[in-house]
Design a protein around this ligand. Structure first.
Ligand code: HEM
Length: 493
């Protein structure tokens, strides 16, 4: 029996009993584009840039967990390795003397995850202010309001793409509040966020520079760069020469980075993405100036305090706000969509949640474990080292498979069973150690409130199998794992 056609009696029976456990929740993936013929079998290699493990990574993780030696040399790379065991993932993230989030050996990158030591602590302290109980309390009413509005819109539509209608706008609105972006320009913020993630985050790749580009692409880039001149001039006015030069250097470095860059965006598209990022940086500077001139009591004022009291320069302030958009929107949107996709296929789970909303946080934890919305991060070895007996030369890249660590049988019993009452301890979903996600409490709160709004008003939800199939996130970004499209049918209570 297909779970999402389970009859009402069966649902009622299950919901009355103890927590419904879903064994192998991914056995039926035929509703996802590219998996119409089922989940692939016969895995014999792992390439993190391959589209197949991106749609359904678990067979690859199982395969990696069986490999000896357990640190896997990524084929064709020479100096890139994948770690998938919980113990190794934890060690790489914890050991900041040996590994860094800055993949460039010759230049610092001011993004938080790439910073180290004192510079990192300084920036982290400033951002932390937003995620204190006081900061989170300020955000809660916004989350409640947008969750209830978007859920009402979902029910009105009845049949729609959940990503556009619900799982994207909720975290986007919350991030808008965090960085002081006008809430009535959420569509624009969406475009900015997509551009920033796709232009900046294709992290990973050997530390070598893009090969010489064909002249057509170079011309296209030049055209876009010319178009960006007015934006740059405006940025110089707001940020000064020094800050603008730093920004352009950082952008160029990210832009030229490649070699092992995912084959997702052509250079011209990345140049266009940079244009959107520049426009966003201009908007951020306007926000910073407005709040500097007239400090208020909004969440963004907690952040800008770090610039006002001299802990962060204007440039650092701006990049931090950009980073919050990068870090906070798509990750949370993916978690929301992953949760609903599971509920849509398992009505017994949905009925069980509806019985008692106190069960929602536990359910969310298990979604975060088994469907981590960032499947991987990346580190560079600063020195020659060893992981689980494998020699890792200095400047090698280590692809840290957070999602694989979460299904390591050595850490989690029956890892491929979804148990909403498992309450998994210390998953790697939010990272580990010095760079542990600052937004974790916010993401959890958003998921809780959004799902509460859903179960309060929605009787049942199902995958719309007559619509074009669901689409997993189509480009790599930072290893996001969610949906670009999730067609659903929702039934009001
Ligand atoms: C389910 C949603 C989220 C997931 C799965 C997630 C995951 C992660 C992970 C894995 C890291 C560590 C990356 C590394 O070490 O390489 C991280 C860092 C970070 N995240 Fe999140 N995140 C989420 C939501 C958020 C939100 C909502 C915000 C803020 C609005 C946020 C802000 C940050 C920040 C500031 C860092 C950098 C911390 C540092 O470098 O010290 N995240 N996140």
């Amino acid at each position: 029996m297909q779970p999402d056609v389970m009859n009402a009696d069966a649902v009622a029976a299950v919901s009355a009993a103890s927590a419904p456990i879903v064994r192998d929740p991914f056995s039926d993936c035929t509703w996802i584009k590219g998996l119409e013929n089922g989940v692939p079998t016969g895995v014999d290699r792992f390439d993190p840039l391959d589209p197949a493990p991106r749609r359904c990574p678990w067979p690859w993780y199982e395969w990696l967990h069986r490999q000896t030696p357990r640190v896997y040399a990524i084929p064709g790379e020479g100096n890139a390795w994948a770690v998938s065991h919980y113990e190794d993932v934890q060690r790489v993230l914890r050991d900041t003397d040996t590994f860094t989030g800055n993949i460039f050996h010759d230049e610092p990158v001011p993004l938080m995850v790439a910073l180290e030591g004192q510079a990192h602590r300084r920036m982290r302290d400033v951002v932390q202010a937003v995620f204190t109980p006081k900061g989170i309390r300020k955000l809660e009413p916004v989350i409640r309001e947008v969750a209830s509005q978007r859920t009402a819109a979902l029910l009105d539509a009845g049949r729609c793409d959940l990503v556009q209608m619900w799982s994207n706008p909720i975290p986007l609105t919350v991030i808008a509040e965090v960085i002081g972006y006008p809430r009535d320009h959420i569509d624009l913020l969406y475009q900015r966020g997509r551009a920033a993630n796709r232009t900046f985050l294709p992290l990973g790749g050997t530390d070598t520079v893009r090969p010489r580009l064909p002249w057509r692409e170079r011309l296209a880039i030049l055209r876009y760069r010319m178009g960006q001149v007015p934006l740059l001039i405006r940025l110089i006015r707001k940020l000064g020469w020094r800050g603008t030069i730093d920004t352009v250097r950082m952008a160029n470095r990210m832009f030229r980075r490649p070699a092992w860059a995912p084959p997702m965006l052509a250079s011209a598209e990345r140049a266009q993405g940079l244009g959107a990022v520049l426009a966003f940086l201009n908007e951020i500077m306007d926000i910073v100036h407005a709040h500097m001139a007239k400090p208020g009591d909004e969440v963004v004022d907690l952040l800008i305090e770090g610039h006002r009291d001299g802990r962060l320069s204007r440039h650092e302030m701006m990049i931090t706000m950009l980073f919050l958009l990068i870090a906070g929107y798509e990750t949370t949107a993916a978690t929301l969509a992953n949760a609903v996709a599971l509920l849509a296929r398992h009505p017994e789970l949905y009925a069980w949640l509806r019985q008692d909303v106190e069960r929602i946080p536990g359910f969310v934890e298990e979604v975060l474990r088994i469907e981590a919305s960032i499947q991987r991060t990346v580190r560079r070895a600063k020195v020659d080292t060893e992981i689980a007996g494998v020699r890792i030369p200095k400047n090698s890249l280590v692809v840290v498979l957070l999602g694989a660590a979460n299904v390591d049988a050595a850490r989690f019993e029956n890892p491929f069973t979804f148990d909403p009452e498992r309450h998994p301890k210390q998953t790697m979903t939010f990272g580990h150690g010095a760079h542990y996600c600052l937004g974790a409490p916010l993401a959890r709160l958003e998921a809780k409130i959004a799902l509460e709004a859903l179960v309060a008003t929605c009787e049942r939800i199902e995958i719309d199998r007559d619509a074009p199939p669901a689409l997993r996130v189509t480009d790599w970004g930072a290893g996001f794992f969610g949906f670009d499209r999730l067609p659903v049918i929702v039934h009001a209570r």
